[in-house]
Design a protein around this ligand. Structure first.
Ligand SMILES: Nc1ncnc2c1ncn2[C@@H]1O[C@H](COP(=O)(O)OP(=O)(O)OP(=O)(O)O)[C@@H](O)[C@H]1O
Length: 624
């Protein structure tokens, strides 16, 4: 046990230092040139700041060097390897804090640690790591407080920022990218946070690149290097302590005594308020040229031979990729299962505490059970009530389907967390979909059982015990097709905007109702809709199964008219035999579902449920 943890630690810390280099990076979108020939280099243990006025291209260069976005031209290499797998080496802290609101600060950081670590890591090591990060980031006082969400106020914005950073730091990435890590933090906290990052970076040899807006002097001084951009061009690149020299000697804008060189530089390079676009462009071009000349004459452009300081020619060092390959398939499968189990545990915690998303929905199922039980109360077993019985089945399936849209807000919150954690290499869409699909099973089962127990006997559906259990089983499968993630989640994953995904998911639910064969009989549907939509509609199978389950084998009484003749609402095979009654199977015959196979239809329903999950997987693979 211990030895494998040591192996992991040894592997993480004793690996040769990394060198991240980007050379002549240019990036354009729709003919808009956002970055022009930007180069730089950082080594393990160093912290590089990317600064510049608003719109300078800081986030864009960070995206490019972290390989989230491909450059239009230029190269990004790690130890000379342009194909290094950044997701296994790096963690990226985005500007926004994607966290699960119901978890506490400790739980959030602890799950990030557990998801990133080898399964054999002793729990004590995980705890120690978490406590170190918590105390270094000044989160000790709020360690047991919940993050908070729209319903429940939690920790402050600045504390959330630190939790997000902590969730990355605790995984001990070899490279840490931070996009505006200090936004929302006061100057003292900014300094403390960056100082903690620096200390961890030094101790664990982490290479840090951070875009930063307007650091105060002490915060600025924590960085080893600076890349200063304006309108996508390099204004300065080199050790931070050379900035004031360059401003004075190179540009003739000396930094006044006690002034912060970062402030002076941002002032000088901010061209936003010049009158014309041409003026702005000329100004920046002039600065870029002055910098290029100064850098080459003062030796501030780092050349390849400096790589030797890291222990020789690293062109042959393909360590990151080799490490990944050596692990093998069995290790990969075991690790993914381990991560799935951790995600399931976190989901259980999330769902059980998320009263709005999940508690309210249980209440909705109970409320719907009570509604059906009291409105469709005690339906007589007569032919006149056949349509009322059919509507119970239609309504159960359709309404439960509609309620799946209630899962969209919770899914969108989860999706953001998933995107962040996936980008940071903690787990993939497979583990996420599997954990989500498994954890929802008992939750949905409880919901359906509650609904069935409340309504089934009160409505007076087929009294057999087998029929009751089948009713629960079919409804469970139908609800499982859609709730809480799949259909709405597929839509929300593809289009992660609440209002838009709500509208599309609601439209889809309405569509499935229309082609399911209740409002308009399947045989009467226009052929275009019948041949595809009707057959892929989960409501078709769920409705047919519920109706079959209810009507098969029962007899319904018909009305005796004043003239003594018998009237049944559906063609009856029993009347001709002298009985004024309607066989349930006659109703099934009229609906065209007498011969259906219970097993086949259930299997199709299950298949549709699995297809939705496969679709969710595919959408998450390509859209996140
Ligand atoms: N995908 C894109 N399509 C069009 N324009 C883009 C795109 N990405 C970035 N830009 C533009 O490129 C410029 C640089 O954007 P970027 O977000 O990198 O700047 P920034 O320095 O991080 O700004 P801020 O400090 O305000 O966050 C901006 O003018 C932005 O509008």
């Amino acid at each position: 046990m211990q030895s494998s943890t040591e192996d992991l630690e040894a592997q993480k810390t004793s690996e040769r230092p990394l060198v991240l280099e980007w050379e002549r990076i240019s990036f354009s979108v729709k003919n808009k040139h956002i970055l022009h020939d930007v180069s730089g280099r950082v080594e393990s243990g160093e912290m590089l700041a990317i600064m510049g006025p608003s719109g300078a291209g800081k986030s864009t260069i960070l995206d490019v060097i972290s390989k989230r976005t491909a450059a239009t031209s230029g190269s990004v290499t790690v130890n000379g390897d342009a194909g290094a797998d950044m997701s296994s080496l790096a963690s990226y802290v985005e500007q926004s804090d994607a966290l699960l609101g119901v978890l506490t600060v400790r739980e959030t950081i602890q799950y990030a640690a557990r998801l990133s670590l080898d399964p054999s890591t002793p729990a004590g090591d995980v705890r120690a790591r978490v406590e170190t990060v918590v105390s270094e980031l000044g989160l000790t006082d709020v360690v047991n407080s919940r993050i908070g969400n729209a319903v429940q106020r939690g920790i402050s914005g600045g504390q959330k920022r630190r939790v997000t950073i902590g969730s990355s730091l605790v995984t001990r990435p070899r490279i840490l990218f931070l996009d505006e890590p200090t936004s929302g933090l006061d100057s003292r906290t900014s300094r403390e946070v960056l100082s903690a990052i620096k200390s961890l970076a030094r101790t664990h040899n982490i290479l840090v690149v951070a875009s930063i807006h307007q650091p105060n002097w002490e915060t600025f001084a924590l960085f080893d290097k600076l890349l200063l951009l304006a309108r996508g061009k390099t204004m300065f690149y080199g050790p931070t302590d050379r900035l004031d020299v360059y401003l004075g000697d190179g540009l003739g804008c000396p930094v006044p005594q006690h002034a912060n060189p970062a402030d002076v530089a941002l002032d000088v390079f901010n061209t936003d308020f010049l009158a014309s676009s041409a003026q702005r462009e000329t100004h920046v071009d002039e600065f870029a040229t002055r910098w290029a000349e100064y850098a080459s004459t003062h030796g501030l452009v780092r050349e390849k031979d400096e790589h030797e300081t890291l222990g020789g020619d690293y062109a042959d060092d393909r360590e990151p990729r080799l490490v990944r390959r050596r692990k093998g398939l069995a290790h990969g499968v075991a690790r993914n299962l381990h991560r799935t189990a951790i995600l399931m545990e976190r989901n259980v915690l999330n769902y059980s505490r998320n009263l709005l998303a999940y508690g309210v929905r249980i209440a909705m199922y109970v409320g719907m059970g009570v509604m059906l039980a009291t409105i469709w109360v005690n339906l007589a077993q007569t032919s006149a009530k056949v349509n009322d019985r059919l509507s119970v089945h239609f309504f159960s399936v359709a309404f439960l389907g509609f309620m799946s849209v209630a899962g969209i807000p919770a899914f969108l919150e989860e999706r953001q967390v998933f995107v962040r954690e996936r980008m940071n290499g903690l787990y993939g869409p497979g583990a996420y979909v599997l954990a989500n699909s498994l954890v929802t099973l008992p939750y949905l089962f409880v919901c359906v059982v509650l609904f069935a127990v409340i309504s089934y006997w009160s409505i007076g559906l087929n009294p057999g015990a087998d029929q009751f259990f089948r009713f629960v089983g079919v409804l469970f499968l139908a609800v499982y097709v859609l709730t809480p993630a799949p259909q709405s989640a597929v839509v929300a994953a593809a289009l992660p905007i609440f209002v838009a995904s709500l509208a599309i998911a609601s439209f889809l639910n309405g569509f499935w109702m229309s082609v399911g064969g209740y409002f308009i009989r399947a045989v009467n549907l226009p052929r275009f809709w019948y041949y595809w939509a009707h057959f892929i509609d989960y409501q078709t199978y769920a409705f047919d199964l519920l109706v079959f389950n209810d009507f098969h084998g029962i007899t319904l009484g018909c009305a005796t008219l004043a003239d003594g003749s018998c009237f049944c609402d559906y063609p009856s095979s029993l009347v001709s035999a002298g009985e004024c009654a309607l066989a349930g199977d006659d109703v099934l015959q009229s609906l065209g579902i007498r011969g259906i196979s219970f097993k086949l239809y259930s299997a199709i329903l299950l298949l549709i449920a699995l297809i939705y999950r496969a679709l969710l997987y595919v959408v998450l693979v390509f859209k996140t």
